[in-house]
Design a protein around this ligand. Structure first.
Ligand SMILES: [Mg+2]
Length: 394
């Protein structure tokens, strides 16, 4: 029962939104004075693009089988990830059956371990892994979520990440997550502004709507603790990625410090079963947030999810569009999902990876039906109007 084997591996880059969702034009909320670890340098405080957050761009991995079937995936990684895919990882793909995703993942990970383990290399491996699952689904004429065990509920429900939780509530989302704007370098005045913005949103959305703060690795333990305590009466549901992803000890302390009932979340910049095992065993977080395009792909996420499930922890993946949708619908410990509001003002629902994909479903009234995922693979196609660049043709 061998499937058609992989004949060609191609890695492309593309600029402008899409999987590198920080690669937006001027005036977008996602680049408007968001707190970051670089905000200690005033020159890099107002814009994340100023320190290079969008320097990589999107990586597109395309796998073509002998019968002409093409699977593909997008993630963040750009030219250096394209180099890794074409020059290193392709040897583990050409001539192989895409159903061997376990062995292929193992070979990709351990062959790159001496320079990989986290970050860009795992982004590249994730892109290949997602393209493998897409190809497998297209060859089997099956959606990825079927291959992952099938839907455990009829629909996905979403919270929205963006600058306008009040609008997200009107659009039917179950919650809204704001980017934190001010970090420790902006002192007590900045802390007060952070609390005031949350208070303003709470007044607009009422008592029961979820509100969260995404801190994008920008804080220290003292500041994060004070912010959590100051936001407790405003019903802050969780404080996300408050500290450096390397500071497992700080997360463990923060989780002990926050007011009872407030959740600590992190994981979008963590990778592999080993990284998430560390977060779990050190009791760093209540909700793990792996990004499917950065943590090792679906193959690795299944392992991360099982580790978390055995400890009673939720896995709510970071962004990642259809790759997240096909996974979340299949897991009881992923009861809701994130939707990144990529509209420049966060006032309307647009596909998360626009404009790079065609057929990318979007929430209606904060929900996507499982049946909207009923297409082979991840159910999306590349937008043919978007020009791709192939920097390292094999
Ligand atoms: Mg986040």
């Amino acid at each position: 029962m061998a499937l058609s084997k992989i004949k060609y591996v191609r890695a492309f880059t593309v600029r402008g939104g899409g999987a590198d969702y920080h690669d937006q034009g001027d005036g977008h909320w996602i680049d408007d004075h968001v707190a970051t670890p670089m905000a200690r340098y005033p020159d890099y405080r107002q814009s994340r693009q100023s320190f290079g957050i969008n320097v990589l761009g999107t990586l597109v991995v395309e796998l073509e089988a002998e019968d002409g079937t093409v699977g593909f995936a997008v993630t963040t990684g750009g030219e250096p990830a394209a180099y890794i895919v074409e020059k290193h990882l392709s040897r583990f793909l050409i001539g192989r059956d895409p159903a061997e995703y376990e062995k292929i993942w193992d070979q990709m990970y351990f062959s790159t371990q001496y320079y990989g383990r986290k970050g860009l290399v795992i982004n590249a491996i994730s892109g290949v892994d997602l393209a493998l699952w897409d190809l497998l689904g297209k060859l089997r004429d099956e959606p990825v979520y079927h291959m992952l065990g099938g839907a455990v509920r009829d629909e996905l429900q979403f919270y929205a990440t963006g600058a306008r939780p009040d609008v997200a509530k009107e659009l039917g989302f179950i919650g809204g997550k704001l980017p934190l704007r001010h970090g420790p370098a902006e002192g007590l005045e900045g802390l007060h502004k952070n609390v005031a913005l949350l208070a303003d949103m709470r007044a607009k959305v009422g008592d029961d709507f979820w509100l969260m703060y995404d801190c994008w690795m920008s804080l220290n333990l003292d500041y994060a603790t004070r912010l959590a305590i100051a936001c407790h009466d405003l019903g802050l549901k969780w404080i996300e990625e408050a500290l450096s992803p390397d500071d497992y000890w700080g997360y463990a302390d923060l989780r002990r410090n926050v007011p009872r009932g407030m959740l600590v979340t992190t994981g979008e910049h963590e990778a592999t079963r080993w990284g998430f095992r560390m977060l779990l065993e050190m009791e760093c977080a209540d909700i793990l947030q792996p990004d499917i395009g950065w943590c090792g792909g679906v193959t690795e996420l299944l392992k991360i999810s099982a580790l978390a499930d055995a400890r009673g922890k939720l896995v709510v993946p970071h962004g990642s569009s259809v790759y997240s949708y096909h996974f979340v619908i299949t897991r009881h410990n992923s009861p809701f999902a994130e939707f990144l509001m990529m509209h420049p003002e966060a006032t309307d629902v647009v596909p998360m990876f626009a404009p790079q994909l065609l057929g990318e479903p979007v929430p209606e009234n904060g929900r996507i039906r499982a049946s909207a995922l009923d297409k082979p693979g991840f159910g999306v196609e590349r937008n043919p109007d978007i020009t791709l660049h192939r920097p390292y043709p094999n």
